[in-house]
Design a binder for this molecule. Structure first.
Ligand SMILES: [Zn+2]
Length: 237
């Protein structure tokens, strides 16, 4: 706890944000739990209910690939109604105000994008579970297509035409971090939007600098409206 009470914490956070050149949010599972998506490590979380499937097991076994997809579709049935929550909306307002150039996240649920942050400005260090890719040729596959093939084959995970395995676009244990996302995260971490602030040259490459140029430079944003609202998520029943 960084402050003795919530109001002090909110005031302190607002002060920090107002006095910062830029804020770069880094989010994890906690921001999505109030939207109905359980985290992984908490009691009752996903890993308390089932062991994760390591990448080498996925690659080595058709049964593991079948199991991975069984879990994914079960998750879809449970969580596909999730909508951005207060935290997502607060960060989107920072982004819209030109204060946050991007969001770096460990989450795979696509809720930052759905909250209004351009996909190009959401750096997903652990990938995204709302679509799939071929591990052989990197072709993209949409989940409804995979599910149709999976169900038509009585629960057998489909493969790509190239022979590669199709996996959600997420990072598993034992799987390398995505190089592109990691490379995109670094320059966004180095500098703020104020002209003349200390930046690596690579940070001026295509990315947040161009994407923030069209946004208003206002730094006012109503943090309290997100922390005091009684409705955490606009989740359909
Ligand atoms: Zn392929």
């Amino acid at each position: 706890m960084l402050a003795p009470n919530l109001k002090t914490a909110i005031d302190g956070l607002a002060h920090l944000i107002e006095n910062a050149d830029a804020v770069l949010p880094f989010t994890g599972a906690g921001i999505s739990t109030e939207c109905g998506i359980p985290d992984f490590r908490s009691p009752g979380g996903i890993w308390a209910r089932m062991q994760p499937i390591p990448f080498d097991a996925f690659m080595a076994s058709q049964e593991m690939r079948n199991e991975a997809w069984r879990r994914r579709f079960a998750m879809a049935d449970e969580f596909q109604g999730a909508r951005p929550g207060r935290g997502h909306r607060a960060l989107a307002s920072l982004y819209q105000a030109g204060k946050a150039p991007a969001v770096i996240t460990q989450n795979i649920d696509n809720l930052h994008q759905e909250s209004g942050i351009a996909p190009a400005d959401v750096v997903e260090l652990h990938g995204n579970t709302t679509y799939a890719v071929c591990l052989g040729c990197a072709a993209r596959y949409e989940l409804p297509w995979v599910r149709q093939k999976f169900e038509a084959a009585d629960g057998r995970a489909p493969d790509c035409d190239c022979g590669g395995y199709i996996k959600t676009a997420t990072v598993s244990f034992g799987q390398a971090m995505p190089e592109a996302a990691t490379a995109r995260a670094a320059p966004r971490s180095w500098c703020g939007p104020r002209p003349g602030s200390r930046c690596s040259p690579s940070a001026t490459e295509r990315g947040w600098r161009s994407s923030t140029a069209s946004r208003p430079s206002s730094t006012t944003w109503p943090i309290s409206s997100f922390t005091t609202t009684s409705e955490p998520c606009s989740r359909p029943s």
